[in-house]
Design a protein around this ligand. Structure first.
Ligand code: KG4
Ligand code: ZN
Length: 335
């Protein structure tokens, strides 16, 4: 069946059409992403009110663009899936109301999708042979959490950040060292040019048996180091900061992933979310999995950031599990 996936939880409006079948077919026919990054860059971060308006302007246009790219019409669709939570409420409501109108006007099943579960579902598109159970790490601008994935729709959080997310931590320091928002990808590149041992920062991996993280101490330590050095008229090399900061985050996440693999006895590990595009992190986690004989699955870069295809994929499994929304469907900011 062809599923239309609509995503509008943050700063990308996306509409995708994916063909998913029980025989393992996962065919992304179109995955249109209208990014608002250029608009929000002026403010150094996402402005919720502006995001909502930009989604309104884009959502209908990109849905028809997705149909045209896929060479399909509305009559070919079998279901509509939409991100309902978590995210910016004014942004989510745009996608939810659009998807509701589309589904009820066409008499199509409407499937509500959790944004984090959608990130995990991007892995089914990357590897059609992937089946639960597995351990997943979603690492993005808003989340850094481990999930025990029992079935495609039975997903339980087993640890996560108690404050900032890894993506937020990258973006914050990137901004201070002069990189444009969002700075994750630029910081990834810059980190290759610096000395990863020039400074020592506190690990985001919390001590003890927990699978939880805290990124706020690391962020504050890096900011303090930058401010103090600047006051002394001796600013550190941005490449050294990028390299040390990245090493600290990658080491911390790798350490907790090692613990999570042991705790869950997982044979397969999935990483997803915008920060899953980080080349240093991918390398470290690939090598950790190799060492432990664990299968490593990571989506291609195009499916790491927010996109409609992952929403369609999660929606398909929700559809199979009988999940349906009625016209009272609402969005919610919380997890
Ligand atoms: O999943 P996503 O598109 O949106 C959320 O759901 O948050 O993730 C966006 C985050 C941003 O913080 C961005 O800086 C980060 O992913 N990011 C990266 C890289 N590419 C994107 N962080 C580190 N390294 C990258 N290569
Ligand atoms: Zn996301």
């Amino acid at each position: 069946m062809y599923i239309l996936g609509i995503e509008s939880s943050c700063d990308e409006t996306s509409a995708a059409i994916v063909r998913m079948e029980q025989d393992g077919t996962r065919d992304i026919r179109a995955n249109i992403v209208a990014s608002q990054i250029d608009i929000h860059r002026l403010y150094g971060g996402v402005v919720p009110e502006i995001a909502g308006r930009a989604h309104v302007e884009a959502v209908s246009r990109i849905t028809y663009e997705a149909l045209a790219t896929a060479g399909l019409t509305l009559a070919d669709l079998g279901a509509v899936a939409v991100t309902t939570h978590p995210g910016l409420i004014g942004a989510l409501l745009v996608g939810v109301n659009f998807a509701k109108s589309m589904a009820f006007a066409r008499g199509l099943p409407l499937i509500p999708v959790n944004h984090i579960h959608a990130h995990i579902a991007s892995a089914y598109l990357a590897d059609p042979t992937l089946t639960p159970p597995f351990l997943a790490l979603v690492v993005s601008g808003g989340h850094t959490s481990f999930y025990q994935v029992e079935t495609e729709t039975d997903i339980r959080e087993i640890g996560g950040t108690r404050d900032d997310a890894a993506g937020e931590a990258f973006d914050k320091i990137g901004r201070v060292i002069g990189l444009p928002y969002p700075s994750g990808a630029a910081l990834d590149k810059l980190a290759y040019e610096g000395d990863p041992h020039a400074f020592s920062f506190p690990s985001p991996a919390l001590a003890g048996d927990t699978l939880d993280f805290s990124f706020s101490g690391l962020k504050t330590a890096a900011l303090n180091l930058l401010h103090t050095a600047e006051q002394r008229g001796n600013p550190p090399s941005p490449a050294d900061i990028a390299a040390c900061y990245t090493r600290t985050i990658v080491d911390g996440i790798t350490k907790k992933t090692d613990a999570a693999l042991r705790l869950t006895d997982a044979r397969t590990f999935v990483i997803a979310g915008g920060v899953a595009a980080n080349s240093h992190l991918r390398r470290a986690l690939t090598s950790l999995c190799d060492k432990n004989g664990v299968r490593f699955v990571a989506p291609p870069f195009a499916l790491c950031g927010d996109n409609g295809a992952m929403v369609a994929a999660a929606g398909y499994f929700g559809y199979l599990a009988g999940q349906r929304a009625d016209p009272s469907l609402n969005a919610s900011a919380a997890d």
